[in-house]
Design a protein around this ligand. Structure first.
Ligand SMILES: NC(=O)C[C@H](N)C(=O)O
Length: 533
């Protein structure tokens, strides 16, 4: 953690860093009009120059910048020295017209990305002022458009206008400026309510609270703690290739769609979307861990399979904000069989913009259509917690990249991520992977006590998994044999229902008991899909 470091003294002179602010619009620069709030231009002069925290009244030197391919001289302002003993000197480029972010599109993202690219050598960091409505989409989109980024790009906005009496605007803007001018965090980030997030992990979680954004599957990159900023450097991505910063100046949002599954959804509805002319990709927001109703006689599965055969990429992401999709349950398994790509823990915003990015690469001849599905399940910009093999292929050994080894220990994306990994390993019968995950007393203990959204502990999963040695290992590591899932079932009951004598004996030997009614119910066996795989 890089914490608070310096105290500002007397009349000393301090170095300056340079930040370019790209103003796209949003509530932060809005004023009331007869037709509701609208963004108003001239933000630097009207909102920043009069405020002492943004203007130390030093000489307003001109900064060279590039606008629309032309060299221009930008008016600048300078902050007083921060607690990191630096002034931030900044100038601004404004969109014309300014936007309510609900109207942002691929064109706007292109404008932002190309402005960053053109001015990359002239500034230390970039702040993008943007409305909150589509902020997570834009942060995700820009993260994919910017490859091998070496400088911070911080998106921010506010829930109330900077001209309002009570507003989050000053805190959000000042925090973003200081971060962009102080720390080399080479990512597209979103700063809001004292917290710096990886942009492509965020989602707008509140329509009105100042604490508006969540990053449910990835810890924040930094937090403002009083007058200091704690950066979680272990999470910050670092370039791992020797390549210059590149921008893909276009995203193909015109040929993708997103559908939220709901109880009773008709396969025809999905089919009609999948038959929109030239559609190339569909994000399917499914229930829980990736489940959708199969439809009468599997009609939804057939609809999807046929679309996949026509070259459409269908990506499975969860409606739950937290957790992973996986083919653990039969409905998700069938989607996988139909050729659906599992989007792991991608947000819908990241899934949609990532697919648009990959389609743009395909259009530019940089990717074949066959590679799109594969790339969707890879971690390109920290947007997902990756399993090296496709989640659907059930590889025998849990083989994780170094980055995910940290998640595996519960350090990266928290215990939920580690628990989901454990679930995969148990389900695949990967004894070595399970052992690895349970290493470390405290983590192992935590994981054995956790449950998924259906209340299943690792022991429940092992009781229906393929490997009896895993069941034994979990029991020896202290997994609770009496835990009940949401359906009120114990691991032993599940094993009995599956008709698995060896597993039943082991669980009974570990103290597992059946209620009387469970003993009766256990005589009718359920589907043995797991055993037949
Ligand atoms: N708080 C905001 O910025 C909301 C506004 N409608 C926008 O997204 O532009």
């Amino acid at each position: 953690m890089g914490g608070f470091t310096a105290v500002v003294k007397g009349n000393e002179t301090y170095p300056e860093s340079r930040v370019l602010i790209i103003i796209t619009g949003g509530t932060i620069c809005m004023q009331p009009s007869e037709g509701g709030l609208v963004p108003v231009d001239g933000f630097l002069e009207s909102a920043m120059a009069p405020r002492p925290s943004f203007n130390d009244k030093s000489e307003r030197v001109k900064l060279t910048a590039i606008k629309d391919g032309e060299k221009i001289l930008l008016d600048s302002l300078r902050t007083p020295p921060s607690s990191y003993s630096k002034h931030i000197r900044y100038g601004a480029l404004e969109f014309n017209p300014l936007l309510d972010s609900s109207s942002i599109s691929s064109d706007g993202w292109t404008q932002i990305a190309t402005a960053v690219k053109a001015n990359y050598h002239l500034f230390d960091g970039f702040v993008v002022l943007h409305g909150t409505d589509s902020l997570s989409y834009s942060a995700s989109a820009l993260s994919f458009m910017m490859q091998d980024l070496g400088k911070p790009v911080v998106l921010t906005g506010s829930q109330a206008s900077i001209f309002a009496l009570q507003s989050d605007a000053v805190d959000n803007l000042l925090g973003s400026l200081i971060i962009a001018g102080t720390f080399v965090i080479p990512e597209v980030c979103l700063f809001f309510h004292h917290t710096l997030f990886r942009g492509n992990r965020t989602t707008k979680a509140s329509a009105s609270s100042f604490d508006a954004f969540a990053s449910p599957n990835c810890e924040p990159l930094a937090r403002v703690t009083g007058i200091g900023i704690d950066v979680n450097w272990s999470l910050v991505r670092r370039p791992t290739t020797i390549a210059p910063f590149e921008v893909t100046p276009y995203l193909d949002t015109a040929h993708v769609a997103c559908v939220r599954i709901f109880p009773g959804i008709k396969p025809e509805m999905i089919d009609s979307i999948l038959r929109v002319p030239d559609l190339r990709g569909l994000i399917l927001e499914t229930f829980g861990m990736g489940n959708a109703p199969a439809g009468v006689d599997g009609s939804l599965t057939r609809t999807i399979r046929s679309a996949v055969e026509r070259g459409i990429t269908v990506v499975n992401v969860s409606q739950c904000t937290n957790g992973f999709v996986s083919p653990l349950y039969a409905p998700g398994y069938q989607l996988g069989q139909a050729g659906v790509v599992f989007g792991h823990d991608l947000t819908s915003e990241a899934a949609l913009t990532k697919l648009s990015y990959l389609l743009a690469l395909e259009k530019g001849g940089k990717l074949t259509s066959a590679e799109i599905s594969h790339q969707m399940s890879l971690n390109l910009r920290g947007e997902l917690t990756e399993f090296k093999s496709s989640a659907f292929s059930h590889p025998p050994i849990l083989d994780l990249e170094a980055e995910n080894a940290a998640a595996l220990l519960g350090r990266l994306s928290g215990p939920e991520a580690a628990f989901a990994l454990l679930g995969y390993a148990v389900e695949r019968g990967d004894l070595a992977g399970v052992k690895e995950l349970l290493e470390g007393d405290e983590i192992g203990h935590q994981l054995l006590k956790r449950a998924d959204y259906a209340g299943n502990t690792a022991l429940h999963l092992a009781a229906v998994g393929p490997e009896v040695e895993i069941l034994k290992l979990l029991l020896l590591r202290g997994a609770g044999v009496h835990a009940r899932n949401r359906a009120n079932n114990t691991p032993l009951f599940l094993a009995v229902k599956m008709g698995r004598t060896e597993f039943v004996d082991l669980l009974k030997g570990a103290g597992g008991l059946l209620w009387e009614q469970e003993q009766e119910a256990g005589t009718e066996k359920v589907s043995k899909r797991k055993l037949e795989e």
